[in-house]
Design a protein around this ligand. Structure first.
Ligand code: GDP
Ligand code: FO1
Ligand code: CA
Ligand code: CA
Length: 311
């Protein structure tokens, strides 16, 4: 079976680990979010691609959900000793090596998709991981604070401000000029099923859907989504702050309506959210908390069963 899954960071990566267990013989292509990407100290950092790569490759810090396990922070301390900003973003020493390799290859002219493939040659994630686009896009957030109304990088709003200042607007800078990376539309065209994992509906899935041609390509396929909202709240993180910014309620119902039909054909919600409904969409209620690989695999299995039934 050929499966395409979109993915953000933690929610996407943990779901994908379950999908690999649930469908070990399938060919899985992952379209990764690059709206979170940021340049720091001259290095290009791709948090969501790295979270997927490290999680599936066995290198992730399991507790944190991002970054490398057995990490140290000597370089960060040394940069801070020089007073180099920003100091609110924590890159570990092992992680730094990834960003150095990536930046070196990008500077030599390789597209991000080729760089990601090269990095994955080490991590062997068991999926084909493709960035949504080789064109540089970045999510910026419009806020108002003591310095007035201004746009900050998504990471500054998320990590430094912990989304405590309301987002007045969330913009994917560069979206209009960006095209899908090579292989993205081809993988979607060849897919037997497309999965929307429980990733952030605004700054992960919503971002990927903004790249021209991707939403239209997905609309022609059987698409099953897993709700990241359980009982009116995100399972982890601050997705509610992102949904509020675009005027969408933090409910499994509202996220389904945001994705809409004809994009989504099947929608998995948690048992406490039974009753969610939308014309043209099959809805099933299941336990949706990913406690471990086995519970993630059960969710993935339910999504695949639904996709096969709806195809
Ligand atoms: P990020 O890029 O690291 O923020 O990760 P994603 O965008 O891939 O996923 C974030 C979303 O995953 C959040 O909105 C969470 O609600 C959702 N999430 C995390 N863990 C779980 C879980 O166990 N079950 C479900 N249903 N959603 C989850
Ligand atoms: N999240 C934090 O809350 N604080 C950090 O210092 C931080 C550093 C970091 C470094 C590399 C990386 O790949 C991810 C990192 N994250 C950090 C997570 C990341 O900023 C966000 O969780 C996602 O981008 C939001 O989707
Ligand atoms: Ca993300
Ligand atoms: Ca459809």
């Amino acid at each position: 079976m050929r499966i395409v899954s979109l993915a953000g960071g933690i929610g996407g990566a943990r779901f994908l680990r379950g999908l690999l267990t649930a469908a070990p013989d399938s060919e899985i292509t992952v379209i990764g979010n690059t709206g979170d990407d940021i340049s720091l100290y001259g290095l290009r950092v791709c948090p969501d691609l790295d979270t997927v790569m490290y999680t599936l490759g066995g290198g992730i810090d399991e507790e944190q959900g991002w970054g490398r396990r057995q990490e140290s922070h000597v370089v960060k301390e040394e940069l801070a000793a020089y007073g180099v900003e920003p100091q609110w973003f924590g890159l570990g020493d092992r992680d730094f090596a990834t960003h150095i390799v990536r930046t070196q290859m990008l500077d030599a002219g390789y597209p991000l998709s080729a760089v990601t493939e090269a990095l994955c040659a080490r991590w062997r994630p068991g999926v084909r991981l493709i960035p949504m686009s080789d064109d540089r896009t970045e999510t910026h957030v419009v806020i108002s604070d003591e310095r007035g109304r201004r746009a900050v990088h998504f990471q500054e709003w998320w990590v430094r401000l912990r989304a405590s200042v309301p987002a007045e607007q969330i913009i994917l800078v560069g979206a209009d000029e960006a095209s899908p990376a090579p292989g993205v539309l081809e993988a979607v065209a060849a897919a037997d099923a497309v999965i929307l994992p429980p990733s952030n509906p605004v700054v992960s899935i919503g971002t990927i859907l903004q790249i021209k041609g991707i939403r239209e390509a997905l609309e022609g396929k059987t698409v099953v989504g897993v709700s990241p909202i359980v009982g009116g709240a995100p399972v982890r993180g601050m997705a509610d702050a992102c949904l509020t910014a675009i005027g969408v309620e933090t409910t499994a119902q509202a996220v389904l309506e945001l994705y809409g039909s004809p994009l989504v054909d099947g929608w998995l919600v948690a048992e406490e959210d039974a009753g969610v409904a939308l014309a043209g969409v099959d809805v099933e209620a299941r336990p949706l908390i990913m406690h471990d690989v086995e519970s993630a695999a059960a969710i993935a299995r339910a999504a695949l069963d639904m996709a096969v039934r709806l195809a």
